[in-house]
Design a protein around this ligand. Structure first.
Ligand code: C2O
Ligand code: CU
Ligand code: CU
Length: 490
């Protein structure tokens, strides 16, 4: 017997009573029997390093793809949605020959990797013009943690638009976590969650139609480019789900009917031991890894996305919401089916791992800084999203820290919308929320700061000096100014 919280109980009861759950509205037109899509693309879906080197060509271009059985013109890396998965080991060298065949300039950010933020590495200040090429080249440090990271465009002003076009892929570092016997025995699956807004011809809807201030969301949700894909789980077996929220704004609140999740990693970093949770909240940019135990009656169980209210500008009053297609509401009120777990033949029952890693708390900080997230008016663009009262400016240095020091950042959200706060290159630990000490000891690179709340994080700045950024990972907010330049001084 699993204990369900009241909300889940309500949903399951409603579903049992025959209430139709939607797979997501786009799929309803035309596709009465949605099935997982296979993309007719010859290029490999996974690129693994060989003898310490991962070398590949990567091309950003618009491409006609099969998205959940429907033709769609999306922005792709190598023609694929999601982009090919890259897999490396600590100590490996990466050489990525990038070509920009988009009609806009772009670049690549390696979200979650702890690598140089300068040169042709994780440098978000590079600008690759349409038709141009650039070779990204960097080393994965030999002590880099194993985990799930990802890559996506990061040219300020165009980030949300390009990510919403589909440009996102996994960047996996293999290592210790993968070698734990119970994890090794589990069946590994990746879930890349993306949402899209397409018109009747399968073309991306222009931003005029999107609620940019709220953060654009699409009504079509794809998991690995498919609609409601099926994941087989052996009775007695373990499923290892590695989940990425690659949407620019949408939050996912996941439950699996009748099942708990045993969370083993967050944001590319392993937890000390598995934690049993009923529900997973994933803000844009975040990753989570869970084990699912195949210990229920054989059958089919749905992975549901529950509504989440992340606040909206509508609450600020009428004037803000003017504009064509601007919706005050950015969340639905119906659970959506994202995927289905299907039990198959039984195997000898597998057990959960007990010990996973050894995360220890950080020592006291040498410096404490304060950040306020809010919004205001900007004469040129209308709405602006602000950190400490200022919108992003490319040439302003907002925060200068010293390499090899530890800092506490206290981030207060005094606005009316939730903001997931992300720092490039260096993972951190949450110290407290609203003054209450945080009980879960974990590394993260993105933390939700809900409206009206304050979160304090502790960050060690290690190994790499240079200029990089921190920002809200609702990427429309980032493009509209909620970003700061961070200088790490040697
Ligand atoms: Cu996904 Cu600036 O990051
Ligand atoms: Cu990032
Ligand atoms: Cu935000």
């Amino acid at each position: 017997m699993v204990k369900l919280n009241r909300r889940q109980f309500f949903i399951l009861t409603a579903a049992g009573a025959g209430t139709a759950l939607v797979a997501s509205s786009m799929w309803q037109r035309g596709n009465s029997s949605p099935s997982p899509s296979q993309q007719s693309v010859d290029l490999p879906r996974v690129h693994q390093s060989v003898d310490g080197l991962l070398e590949l060509d990567l091309e950003a271009k618009e491409n006609l793809v099969d998205l959940g059985g429907r033709q769609a013109y999306l922005l792709t890396y190598n023609g694929q949605i999601p982009a090919p998965r890259l897999e490396v080991k600590p100590g490996d060298k990466i050489r990525l020959h990038f070509t920009n065949k988009l009609t806009q300039p772009t670049n690549i950010h390696y979200h979650g990797l702890h690598i140089p933020v300068t040169g042709n590495a994780d440098n978000v200040f590079l600008k690759i013009e349409p038709g141009d090429k650039l070779t990204y080249e960097f080393l994965i440090p030999s002590d880099h943690p194993a985990g799930m990271n990802w890559y996506h465009p990061h040219l300020h002003g165009l980030v949300a638009e390009q990510l919403f076009g589909g440009l996102a892929g996994l960047f996996i570092v293999r290592g210790e976590l993968d070698e734990i016997p119970e994890i090794k025995a589990a069946k590994e699956e990746f879930l890349v969650l993306q949402d899209f807004a397409l018109d009747g011809d399968g073309r991306l809807m222009g931003s005029m139609h999107m609620a940019l201030m709220a953060g654009r969301e699409g009504d079509a949700i794809a998991v690995n480019g498919a609609v409601n894909p099926r994941f087989d789980l052996a009775t007695g077996g373990l499923l290892r789900w590695r989940i990425l929220n690659a949407s620019p704004s949408r939050f996912y609140r996941l439950v699996l009917e009748d099942h708990s999740f045993y969370q083993i990693a967050i944001d590319g970093r392993t937890l000390n031991e598995p934690i049993e949770v009923q529900e997973l909240l994933l803000t844009p940019g975040q990753r989570t890894e869970v084990l699912v135990k195949g210990d229920k009656r054989s059958g089919q169980y749905r992975l549901l996305n529950l509504p989440y209210d992340r606040g909206s500008m509508g609450m600020m009053g009428g004037g803000m919401m003017r504009g064509r297609g601007m919706m005050g509401r950015n969340y639905g009120d119906t659970p959506i089916v994202l995927a289905t777990v299907n039990y198959e033949s039984a195997i000898e029952p597998l057990s959960l791992p007990t010990k996973l890693a050894s995360v220890s708390p950080l020592p006291e900080p040498q410096e404490v800084r304060y950040f306020e997230l809010n919004h205001g008016m900007n004469p040129s663009v209308g709405m602006a999203f602000l950190i400490n009262g200022q919108p992003y400016q490319g040439d302003r240095l907002d925060t200068t820290v010293k390499l090899n020091t530890i800092e506490d950042w206290e981030i207060s959200n005094t606005g009316v919308m939730d903001h997931p706060f992300h720092i490039h290159g260096n993972a951190f630990q949450v110290v407290s929320r609203n003054g209450q000490p945080e009980s879960l000891l974990a590394w993260r690179d993105t933390v939700l700061v809900p409206r009206g709340e304050t979160v304090r994080i502790r960050i060690p700045f290690r190994d790499f000096a240079g200029k990089t950024v921190y920002h809200c990972h609702i990427l429309d907010h980032e493009d509209l100014g909620m970003m700061g330049n961070l200088v790490i001084q040697a």
